[in-house]
Design a protein around this ligand. Structure first.
Ligand code: NDP
Length: 497
């Protein structure tokens, strides 16, 4: 099996309790996929202390030596690419992600490190001279010790999107990886530690969210929490961080609408939709979960979507031809099946899929068919709740106003797609949809130069691009007197002499 130790102050170690936890292989639960150290509150404290000390002592001149940070990031990108095959296999094994998706996932993580390497030396501040001759300097400083709590669905890119900008900014870090994917996170951390990163800058503590994660959130020694995960968990973390006025960014759930107008190009729109719907078995915060289709194109579009869906090969992630692997866990499979039962009970039209896959090659994993329901009421649970699985709801609309209304009629606002040959209309709709990203004629592009983050209950803050760096920066004003006066005019309000 894969293994995940603790990494505290540059040293790999075991949990202080002596306990470990196991992670099954989701494609074949007879096998143990990963064994990880089960970090405790004391372990989390030790890692936080190491990160705090590295920051407060400016270990290796980490805060000011941008060249060291730049080299660390660039070297990490090189190491990721050099170890791409192993990383892809680890991700595929832990997540159940088909290799055809795991390989580009690794490349995307390397891209993130390369991009932020380029920004580490460009943290310019601002300077302004007042009429008095006094000067204001606004300098950018790292936010400090960052606690990162990550999910399991894309373990490399999600960790990279936090770690790379935080390192570029000069922060120090404690990561609490998702308990389903500790080894994928460790493999990345291990590569970063092969660079010349100073000891204590990057620490890793696997273990339960409500123990290790809770300690990171509660600790006064942690300046910022960067969390990606479920909206319910994010709300609790945000509330708790708020009590300490701790900086917090939250990347949470989604219920992405994909709006198809009558004049859309059917084949291109259908391919994009199917990709967004079933990539990583729909276990993506930005997955296409609601197809909002104009009445006139409904039949043609859905027919093509179903045709493409029925060709999806569901099977072991390691098989090169597999398009969709298993779900992450028994719990996720139960949730998905409950939603399917709900859709059937509500009388929505089950167009394709709807079953757990059984038989040769499927019996020992959490395999569920790609599933599409038509004529779904957007106000129902299928239209409102994040399923995090391969279940999609189709709803028709009459006109542009209704499309916008339906797209926005959810608590989430992470991403959306618009497909129309009429560009001014597509742009109008893109502006009206309340989501962090709206794609026109695309579905799922996530360039590192852009941003990622949510409106409404999909989160707070932005990852990727320049904005992703700003999430790890504080701005300080340094005021320097330029008058040389011992008795400056305002002092007269207090001093008569
Ligand atoms: P969870 O919220 O269950 O877990 C996320 C992380 O939080 C895990 O590391 C987990 O640890 C930890 N955690 C759980 N409970 C606590 C707690 N009480 N205190 C501190 N930490 C805790 O989410 P999932 O891992 O199930 O991830 C799926 C979710 O992530 C989906 O809702 C998805 O939409 C969202 N997501 C959002 C993205 C975005 O960019 N907006 C991107 C990808 C996913 P442990 O594993 O030990 O339970």
């Amino acid at each position: 099996p894969l293994y995940c130790p603790l990494v505290v102050d540059g040293v790999e170690g075991k949990a202080s309790s002596g306990r470990r936890f196991k992670r099954e292989n989701p494609a074949d639960i007879r096998q143990v996929g990963t064994v990880a150290e089960e970090g405790t509150q004391a372990d989390a404290r030790a890692a936080i202390d190491a990160a705090r000390a590295a920051f407060d002592t400016n270990a290796g001149n980490w805060i000011y030596n941008y060249k060291l940070r730049e080299q660390t990031l660039l070297r990490t990108a090189q190491l990721i690419r050099a170890n791409a095959d192993r990383l892809a296999r680890v991700v595929s094994l832990e997540v159940g992600m088909p290799m055809r998706q795991a390989v580009p996932h690794v490349g995307a993580a390397a891209d993130v490190f390369e991009f932020y390497a380029g920004l580490a030396g460009k943290l310019y501040g601002e300077s302004f001279t007042l009429p008095s001759g006094s000067m204001i300097n606004l300098v950018k400083e790292p936010v400090g010790v960052v606690g990162m709590i990550t999910p399991w669905n894309f373990p490399l890119t999600q960790t990279a999107r936090k770690v790379a900008p935080a390192l570029a900014a000069g922060c120090t870090i404690v990561i609490k990886p998702a308990s389903y994917t500790p080894a994928a996170t460790y493999e990345l951390v291990k590569l970063i530690l092969e660079t010349s990163i100073p000891r204590g800058v990057l620490n890793l503590v696997p273990g339960p969210g409500n123990v290790v994660g809770a300690e990171i959130i509660a600790s006064k020694k942690v300046d910022k929490i960067s969390f990606t995960g479920e909206t319910g968990t994010g709300k609790r973390i945000g509330a708790q961080a708020g009590m300490e006025v701790k900086r917090v960014s939250l990347e949470l759930g989604g219920k992405a609408p994909y709006v198809i107008f009558d004049d859309a190009e059917v084949d291109a729109a259908a391919r994009a939709a199917v990709f967004g719907m079933f990539r990583n078995a729909g276990q993506a915060c930005g997955a296409t979960t609601r197809l909002l289709v104009q009445e006139g194109i409904h039949d043609r579009f859905l027919q093509r979507v179903v045709q493409l869906t029925q060709k999806i090969e569901v099977g072991p992630p390691s098989r090169p031809s597999t398009d969709m692997g298993p779900l992450i866990s028994q719990n996720q499979e139960r949730v998905v099946q409950e939603f399917i039962r709900y859709g059937v009970d509500k009388g929505f039209h089950l167009v394709t899929g709807g079953h757990k896959l059984e038989g040769d090659g499927w019996d020992h994993g959490y395999y569920v068919e790609p599933t599409i329901f038509d004529h779904v009421d957007n106000a129902s649970r299928l239209g409102q709740e994040e399923i995090f699985g391969p279940v999609v709801a189709v709803t028709t609309f009459r006109d542009e106003a209704e499309a916008v209304e339906l797209a926005n009629a959810v608590d989430f606002g992470l991403v959306a797609g618009v497909w129309s040959a009429d560009y001014p209309r597509a742009l109008r709709v893109a502006r009206r949809i309340r989501a962090g990203t709206v794609w026109i004629w695309d579905n799922y592009a996530q360039p590192v130069e852009g941003i990622w983050g949510g409106y409404k209950q999909s989160g707070m803050g932005r990852e990727l691009g320049y904005h992703g760096l700003n999430d790890f920066i504080e701005i300080k004003q340094i005021f320097t007197d330029g008058t040389g006066l011992a008795m400056k005019p305002p002092y007269g309000q207090v001093i008569k002499e």
